[in-house]
Design a protein around this ligand. Sequence first.
Ligand code: CP
Ligand code: NVA
Length: 316
Amino acid sequence: MPRHFLRDDDLTPDEQTAVLDLADRLKADPLGSRPLAGPRSVAVIFEKNSTRTRLSFEVGIAQLGGHPITVDSRTMQLGREETIEDTSRVLSRYVDAVVWRTFAQARMDAMASVSAVPVVNALTDEFHPCQALADLQTIREHHGRLAGLTLTFLGDGANNMAHSLMLAGVTAGMHVRVGAPEGFRPLASVLEAANRRAADTGGSVRLDHDPARAVEGADVVVTDTWTSMGQENDGKDRVGPFRPFQINGSLLAGAAERVAVLHCLPAHRGWEITDEVLDGPHSLVWDEAENRLHAQKALLWWLLADGDVAVDGGSE
Ligand code: CP
Ligand code: NVA
């Protein structure tokens, strides 16, 4: 069975550290490793819009010596009732890995269930684990460590970034707080999974409906859009309840002195985050976007090598 990366807790704590170490190595020497030379091909398929994910996977696969094939799934037979499983069986006959952005996580699980090659989640409604890996790389660069740090996510507690940061954060031994309005709590199943993982790593998860309390003393403050792709017409008020959770200068003043501010982007300036903060001294969002490239290269290499990669150099 190939290794997949469908959600953040598919990596153990040690595996997550290995991928992050490899990401740092690839960042230091972006063109020095070509494990996909041959070339090995990777299908990168999108059922939703993308700027960063599409570009960073295409560039990253090429830098590793591989051949990226990017497809808008609306132009595939997948968009005309061919099943996910049949699509997956065919993809396995052509490519060495499948990267997919889709809607429900169940669709991602169906793709992986019959795949003979690694499947990577490039965002679902429930998780965005590639983004969370890049976020951890960025936080580690800034703070020099992950375990023991407090990370606060503000916004829709049930969105993909909230869920992924909960799972990825506790896997790294972090204390994750989710500051969200009533009615926008994380999925209970994700909360349970995060608590189970936290029990092994010394991390923790806490929910807060008071944004000031959620941010107090935090080492990292993260936000995301209040309306994720596919939620535009879900009938919920996605502005009013969220206003107190905007990251602005006065809310951020309650965080730690060296707080890092992250946002996966695209940002809705003046809504979930102010210009003052996004363009201010605590913001690491451009490094965070760059790290998508390094983290995903590391992940793909690691998955295709079945975890057998020497992080300190040499082996390909
Ligand atoms: N952060 C992120 O995944 O961006 P894109 O939607 O542009 O890929
Ligand atoms: N939560 C956002 C992330 C975009 C990268 C969405 O799903 O639209």
